[in-house]
Design a protein around this ligand. Sequence first.
Ligand SMILES: C[S@@+](CC[C@H](N)C(=O)[O-])C[C@H]1O[C@@H](n2cnc3c(N)ncnc32)[C@H](O)[C@@H]1O
Length: 405
Amino acid sequence: MTIQRCDELRLTGSGGANRVMEAELKRLVMRSPFDVRLGKPTREGEETLLYPFDPRVAWVAACHHRTASRVSWDLWSSPAVRLEPLFADLVPALSSDDRLPGGTSLRFSVEVGSSSDFESSPLQLRGVVKNALVDALASRGIASDVDADAPDVVFVVRRAGTPEARRTVVGIDVGGGARHKRGARVAAGLAPLRETLAAQLIMLSRWDARTEPLVDPMAGSATIPIEAAGLAVGAAIRRPAELSLHHLAAFTGLPQETPDLFPGTVARIVALDADATMIPTMVGNLRAAGLTGAAYEEAIVVGQQDVRTLTPDHIERLLPATRGMQPGVFCFNPPYGVRIGGEGGEAELLDLYADMGDALRNFPGWRAACFVAHPDFAYAFGHHATLTKPGSNANLRGHFLVFQL
Ligand SMILES: C[S@@+](CC[C@H](N)C(=O)[O-])C[C@H]1O[C@@H](n2cnc3c(N)ncnc32)[C@H](O)[C@@H]1O
């Protein structure tokens, strides 16, 4: 076994995100400016998809994909689990690799993904990949500078593959780093949901933005409503200029602009929270995401409301445009005790879930989708879950649940 050239687009998500990531990319590519057919990806475990590398598909994923945590371009994979053999493998491979950036100088950095079965520390692994890159670039006449703060290109190294065929994979991060960082949130509530997870939750709810309103009755900092608005129109979360794409010949000639892929969709979204102090936070975040002003007055509204007393009338009064629409979708992540103690503790939390389940009986035909870490949520909520799927928010493990109300 030796080093192998790869040429794959790698989408990495949170545990179990494969299906949703695949469905999202398919939807985006279909509406992209490119006439390209997306093949079936290879799945690596539960959270990674690999597609044959096509710069147009990579462009769509890098700019628009919301459920992937990282988007990278795999270049080489080595069986090495130790530093010296990895260095010996990488230098000649990278020296003759014309996919690397050209020019006379390059600032780059190296990030380390999962590397627990590599025999040296992540820091040492990063160091050896940096050294291999410096040597390889020098052999091509490129002076390089390691610059973690303002790199032109970010390389990634990780252990990957199936359990029986693990490899050390070196590639280029084309997706602008950790993608749950959208750059728009100005303030967070106590327990914000990661944006990638919020997008996954909305995809799992099967919300149809053209015909159904979406209500987050416990919106906190409005992560879910903001993601919903972006998903509805296919808004980009990264611009090519912020990515390293212009340093890479493969992306030459691809667009610099990223107009919405589903322009004209007017989603109807309601963001509510019982806590009055969350209202300015929500408004600030909506504004930072460009979702305020006259164009959104009839589309996205914010309100203070206790979910336990919520009725369809409240929704219609807040957002009259929802009148006459199909039954809608609730998307939320309730307080779950681990992060938000709840002054009355466990019993109060279970009462809240039960009261919420009762209130949502006023919404027959609607669906409710939530991400929750509390094991007894579904029981207390009192509705039958049509989908249960494990997930994790940062290090907190929980479940996505979807209910038909
Ligand atoms: C886990 S946080 C939601 C986080 C949110 N998804 C975000 O990303 O910022 C739960 C939210 O539920 C709200 N909440 C608690 N009890 C509520 C109730 N009875 N009615 C409405 N909202 C409530 C809290 O104020 C808090 O903002």
